[in-house]
Design a binder for this molecule. Structure first.
Ligand code: HEC
Ligand code: HEC
Ligand code: HEC
Length: 239
């Protein structure tokens, strides 16, 4: 069977979804280009998909053999890290316990006084220089009650990851298990490396708190959604 991706060119301002399968398609396109028209070898696990590509210029950067930073707008949109940040042990669990905070409860159930004491840990775990990493306003004039994109993500991270995941030894995890002092964790430009990283770190270094088998679908759902934040957690991309 020939592998013929259906490509729709989108010209709207925001880049189209660029999930794992788009990476596979662009990989296939690269092969096609390299082989001057010879049919590309389909990848073993490539599902049947209808891919959309972003505007022509972005598609060009995707098939370029050397990763290029892409248009600034896009680089900013994806908050890219230059290298995927490996999962490691948390160094904050003792402090969390000392504050009397129960990591099995949703963030909304944590009393306000305790929640406030968590904040320096959030800041440190993500390597933000101050509270405006997540909160709106300027240092000295922060609106702690105003909702922001990062606040919504932080709640999602707590409820979906910290509460529901365990490490490979079935021990509790915390924000720094993944963040390790960084807020940009993923290099989304290199899809092959990202897939390998997801497999080695996010699949194999975690387990589920409910004891069910852990796999990509724990986070990406059974029908793979690349944009977990937007399409699974329903947090709009707008900041
Ligand atoms: C512990 C949760 C978790 C697991 C398990 C997991 N991922 Fe991810 N993955 C994420 C998060 C979080 C993102 C970023 C999502 C977003 O930007 O909305 C992501 C992003 C990705 C992306 C980039 C999507 C894009 O378009 O930017 C790919 C590809 C991906 N994961 C593949 C996999 C594969 C393959 C597996 C299984 C081997 C896997 N992931 C397992 C959490 C996970
Ligand atoms: C990683 C993101 C993040 C960082 C960094 C962060 N916060 Fe928060 N903050 C949150 C989240 C999430 C909530 C909880 C919102 C909720 O109750 O659902 C919150 C809530 C708060 C609240 C309670 C607001 C209310 O509902 O009355 C205060 C006060 C606060 N943070 C102070 C701080 C201070 C001070 C810092 C800097 C030391 C800080 N935060 C850094 C994510 C963050
Ligand atoms: C299972 C791994 C994992 C855990 C645990 C985790 N995060 Fe994340 N977090 C991610 C990934 C992946 C991203 C997307 C990073 C990227 O796009 O480079 C992210 C992004 C974020 C962002 C957006 C940062 C930015 O500048 O774009 C915030 C805020 C955040 N996480 C807060 C938290 C908080 C708070 C906790 C603990 C309650 C936490 N995370 C726990 C994996 C994790």
């Amino acid at each position: 069977m020939r592998f013929v991706p259906t490509v729709q060119i989108r010209s709207d301002k925001h880049p189209a979804p660029r999930g794992a399968f788009v990476g596979i398609i662009s990989g296939a396109m690269m092969t096609l280009v390299a082989a001057c028209g010879a049919p590309p070898a389909p990848q073993a696990s490539a599902p049947t998909v209808t891919a959309t590509t972003p505007s022509g210029s972005t598609a060009k950067s995707e098939i370029s053999p050397t990763p290029d930073p892409g248009p600034p707008e896009e680089a900013e949109h994806h908050h890219g890290a230059s290298k995927n940040v490996n999962v490691g042990p948390s160094s904050m669990l003792a402090k969390v316990d000392k504050l009397g905070i129960d990591l099995s409860k949703p963030l909304s159930d944590i009393p306000l006084a305790k929640k406030k004491k968590l904040m320096p840990l959030f800041q440190k775990a993500l390597g933000f220089k101050d509270c405006t990493g997540c909160h709106a306003g300027e240092p000295g004039a922060i609106d702690f009650k105003a909702d922001t994109h990062d606040l919504k993500l932080a709640r999602g991270m707590w409820d979906h990851f910290v509460v529901k995941l365990r490490d490979e030894n079935n021990k509790r995890i915390f924000c720094d298990s993944c963040h390790q002092g960084e807020h940009h964790l993923l290099n989304r430009k290199d899809k092959d490396a990202l897939n390998t990283f997801m497999h080695d770190d996010y699949e194999h270094k975690f387990a589920r708190a409910d004891g069910e088998e852990h796999s990509c679908s724990t986070c990406h759902t059974d029908v793979f959604e690349g944009h977990i934040f937007r399409d699974v957690w329903k947090i709009s991309d707008e900041h």
